[in-house]
Design a binder for this molecule. Sequence first.
Ligand SMILES: NC(=O)c1ccc[n+]([C@@H]2O[C@H](COP(=O)([O-])OP(=O)(O)OC[C@H]3O[C@@H](n4cnc5c(N)ncnc54)[C@H](OP(=O)(O)O)[C@@H]3O)[C@@H](O)[C@H]2O)c1
Length: 327
Amino acid sequence: LEKGPLLRDRYGLDIGLVGAADSRGAAYCEAGLDLAQVMRLKQSGDTVARYPDAGRLGWRAAEMVATCDADLLLEASPVNLNAGAEPGLTCVRTALRRGIHVVTPNKGPIVLAYRELHDLAAEQGVELRYDGAVAGGLPALYLVRRDLRGARIHRIEAVPNLVTGYVMDLLADGVAWEETLARAHQEGVLEEDPSWDLEGWDAAAKLVILVNSVLDARAGRQHLVQLEDVARTGITGLEPETLRSARAQGMRYRLLAKAECRADGSYRLSVLPEPLLPEHPLGRLGRKQMGVVFSTDIYGTIAAIIDEPDPMPSAASMLRDLLDIMA
Ligand SMILES: NC(=O)c1ccc[n+]([C@@H]2O[C@H](COP(=O)([O-])OP(=O)(O)OC[C@H]3O[C@@H](n4cnc5c(N)ncnc54)[C@H](OP(=O)(O)O)[C@@H]3O)[C@@H](O)[C@H]2O)c1
């Protein structure tokens, strides 16, 4: 709604929403849905299934994607890796099979079915983009694919998960665990299942996507990695005293996701809470910041950081992907 006029003026793009789905149903209208109306429904806690005339309660997202006429799918359902990344995976797969471009910040389908989905997109001649799946609004994948072309990446260090930094900072401030988690929930930075963030699964999934993108671009996709390849330690076992003492020594704990290139071109992957000195490119990250550092052979060391006080930059990453495909 906000960007419509700019997209028309700058790119000559007039984007119409023909379908929308949520957990209770879906709405589809070939002539287009009114975005403001869809927003009003969601903001009032209602469902798009109650969109006048076009909405149907109980109509599943995947069913709509299987039958609708559209150019591009924006898929943003929960990760649900414990449930086969559904309904995201089926929606993404179905759209690609039907020759519909896909943009998703949802890690689930990309982690579980990286190769299958990329092959499908290539077969159908459509794009599959997921820049928001790595570090919210930070354009980490664009950096890899475009700006690090021709490089060997020796090492990747990333703080791709916002909530663990937020939690560790509050604990170091002396706030109790329960209160810290309550605040994280309140601010909407914690996923519904807190263990996804706190046990390092989220950071591990993002690392896998990042490394596979590097390998895909560089090594002909031969050694793609999986979640099981990541040596993972979360932050739940950390003593607040450890965090406080690190801070007293001028250091800041962050859940660091690392990939180190071995001689054979494969990567050693880990996720581990580590105390970082202020000199480290990620050592000064604030409470709502994420970052990534690439150490390369020819481009030196490149660090990128994002300040993400609310989820807007993550949501906006979908617009960036959409424009890269359509504009
Ligand atoms: N929030 C962020 O900062 C951020 C950053 C990067 C990536 N992401 C990723 O983006 C995705 C969405 O995140 P979010 O924070 O927007 O999550 P969210 O607030 O929980 O929204 C999830 C949406 O998915 C819908 N949904 C749930 N189950 C569904 C089903 N079975 N069929 C159809 N729709 C279903 C929900 O419907 P209802 O409205 O009916 O509940 C809701 O609209 C996730 O994969 C997340 O990992 C989020």
